[in-house]
Design a protein around this ligand. Structure first.
Ligand code: HEC
Length: 134
């Protein structure tokens, strides 16, 4: 019985490991993801001056001061939830503009680990923004 449980655990861990490797390849460079999905509004450097930022009634926020405005702590969860749409952000929730979490999932349709890859992508972008803090 123990051996059986052990075999199950071993199989499961291998699957998870393999999935992680796959997912890591799909996540690729976080900077490239940021430039693709975010820089049009937030700017290449994250300062909120992307090419379409002036089209918005609301000011596109400077993403490089998130830590500074949060007592020196980078608000990872706030950033991730703004990206995946679990927190409402006006500029992101506009009907004309998809919520990124949904957009990522749509791109990954049919992918076995779509949910996980979406989460990893979201975190990769959030980690990239963490590096932009000044
Ligand atoms: C089409 C323009 C646009 C794009 C593209 C865009 N954003 Fe935004 N974003 C905005 C606007 C506008 C706001 C401010 C909304 C508000 O104040 O209600 C905002 C707000 C945010 C916030 C909230 C900041 C805070 O103070 O909590 C974060 C974080 C953020 N965006 C990250 C991203 C990331 C990461 C991407 C790429 C995955 C992205 N945004 C793509 C327009 C955009």
């Amino acid at each position: 019985m123990h051996a059986f449980v052990f075999a199950l655990v071993a199989m499961f861990s291998t699957t998870v490991l393999l999935a992680a490797v796959d997912v890591w390849a799909a996540v690729d460079a976080s900077a490239a993801l940021y430039l693709k999905y975010c820089s049009s509004c937030h700017g290449d450097e994250g300062k909120g001056r992307g090419p379409v930022s002036s089209d918005f009634k609301v000011k596109v926020p400077d993403l490089t001061t998130l830590s500074k405005n949060n007592k020196g702590v980078y608000p990872l969860q706030r950033v991730m939830s703004a990206i995946d749409g679990t927190r409402k952000v006006h500029g992101h929730g506009d009907p004309a503009m998809p919520v990124w979490g949904e957009a990522f999932k749509e791109e990954l349709k049919g992918d076995k680990y779509a949910e996980l890859t979406t989460l990893r992508k979201t975190q990769a972008i959030a980690d990239y923004i963490a590096k932009l803090q000044r």
